[in-house]
Design a protein around this ligand. Structure first.
Ligand code: IMP
Length: 191
């Protein structure tokens, strides 16, 4: 681990981590995340009993969340990892996002999109719309985090672990410039 990129610079009680130019403080512990995931999974197990859902974790950020969530899902289901590709729109539409890596036919299927974080909500709105256009029967979202901005815009994932302020976070799958995805807890940028 390069010492200039990662360093623990505080006491074990209040661990502050430096990654590149930013300092991060521990924000949500792994134990709290796993507890919340178990609650959500129990609800999903009830809601989708007798159905045949397909879970669509969006890479890269949701890989740990998806792994822990899927181990708590007890109903028959399938999992198909997808990735977002961004490209520029032709006019005023700005950057458009589309899913790549879809192997399954989703026509007439019950889909559950697994997202790491909803920030502005643009990504999840576009993905949900794309899934509906492709003929999915139902499309719901399970998200680890939702930032204040998305909450104010009334973007409501059916299943949500935590509402958080608009500050940048990393860990548990989320990255800063590619680093930090492997951390067990979630860290928030320090003031
Ligand atoms: P949105 O389209 O603005 O909702 O952005 C969603 C995507 O932005 C997420 O899937 C993440 O990849 C990324 N993102 C947004 N906020 C953060 C953050 O605080 N930390 C790490 N990634 C983030």
């Amino acid at each position: 681990m390069p010492i200039n990129k990662f360093a623990y610079i505080c006491s074990p009680v209040c661990i502050v981590m430096k990654i590149k130019d930013l300092k991060f403080k521990k924000y949500i512990k792994e134990a709290s995340i796993l507890e919340k995931i178990a609650e959500l999974a129990e609800q999903i197990n009830k809601d989708y009993k007798g159905k045949d859902p397909i879970f669509l974790p969006i890479l890269n950020g949701s890989f740990l969340f998806a792994a822990d969530l899927m181990r708590e899902i007890k109903i028959p289901c399938r999992v198909s990892f997808v990735k977002i590709a961004s490209y520029e729109g032709t006019s005023s539409t700005g950057t458009l996002k589309t899913l790549i890596g879809m192997q399954e036919s989703i026509f007439n299927k019950d889909l559950i999109i697994i997202e790491d974080i909803i920030d502005t909500g643009t990504t999840i709105e576009q993905v949900v719309n794309e899934m509906k256009e492709r003929g999915a029967k139902t499309v719901e979202v399970v998200s680890l985090l939702r930032k204040e901005k998305a909450k104010e815009k009334n973007i409501i994932p059916k299943y949500l672990c935590f509402d958080i302020p608009d500050a940048f976070v990393l860990g548990y799958g989320l990255d800063y410039d590619g680093y930090g995805r492997n951390l067990r807890d979630i860290y928030q940028v320090a003031e």
